[in-house]
Design a protein around this ligand. Structure first.
Ligand code: ADE
Length: 249
């Protein structure tokens, strides 16, 4: 069971996706759990303020420490083992390898006492399958909004994750991408147990081979004969020959 507690000001932007398709099935099967904490509940003053202007001047507003610390502490009070993920453009780039590591619970190792393990956990990482999943894994995803966050918030963070070299308005989309890519790797979430193994990115940088379903001829576009041949050896060879490579740019 993997639990995600999402700390956000915009639950309504995230929740519909988690109630759809595979994410919902994962919950239904008892393999995943999603919980929300409204950062506004921890806001200051009558307006429940969660942000303020930066010291030293500059544009925009920053998330303040008090509401964020209180929100995270409220979750950690109930589960001190929970690890905090912060989506941020200055984090480590999210990859399939990291998704696999987080799904196996290895990510949970990178806590105060285990920081030396971090380079290994984030470098060569586990093999395709990774170790046996931990029984209970709990990640807190803190979704920043506004222009950024007070740097002292990082003292609570176990993993800073970037979804790529571009800037989004908040952590809600990154949170969904992280959750989706981890949850689909939990054994039992996808239909065929092999699905997560054989598809794109599972084998290092190899992309999935082209696939076809019925009809064999659609408007003159024909399925390659070899795939209709029933010759499994030749089909495997064709697929290997037609797997793409990730372009890293
Ligand atoms: N927040 C804003 N931009 C982001 C990015 N590229 N990755 C993760 N979090 C972000």
């Amino acid at each position: 069971m993997i639990k995600f507690t999402i700390i956000t000001l915009f639950q309504e932007a995230i929740e519909p996706y988690l109630k759809t398709s595979m994410m919902w099935k994962a919950v239904d099967k008892g393999l995943a759990e999603f919980d929300f904490v409204n950062l506004r509940d921890f806001g200051l003053g009558p307006h429940k303020s969660v942000d303020d202007t930066p010291y030293g001047g500059g544009d925009g507003m920053l998330l303040r420490c008090e509401p964020v610390f209180a929100a995270i502490e409220s979750v950690k009070e109930k589960d001190p083992s929970a690890k905090v993920i912060l989506p941020t453009p200055v984090g480590e780039i999210w990859t399939q390898e990291k998704a696999r590591m987080f799904a196996s619970g290895l990510g949970a190792l990178r806590s105060a006492a285990a920081r030396e393990l971090a380079p290994a956990a984030h470098g060569d990482g586990p093999d395709g399958r990774g170790p046996k999943p931990d029984a209970n894994i709990h990640y807190i995803i803190l979704c920043p909004h506004y222009e950024g966050y007070d740097e002292r918030i990082l003292s609570l963070v176990d993993y800073k994750i970037s979804l790529g070299k571009y800037v989004l308005t908040g952590g809600e989309l990154p949170a969904l991408i992280i959750i989706d890519s981890v949850v689909r790797l939990i054994p039992g979430v996808l239909g065929g147990e092999q699905s997560a193994e054989i598809e794109s990115f599972s084998d290092g940088d190899n992309l999935e081979y082209p696939q076809y379903t019925k009809p064999a001829d659609f408007r003159g576009m024909k399925v390659p004969d070899i795939l209709l041949s029933g010759n499994h050896g030749e089909i495997a060879k064709w697929r290997a020959d037609h797997s793409g490579k990730v372009k890293n740019n």
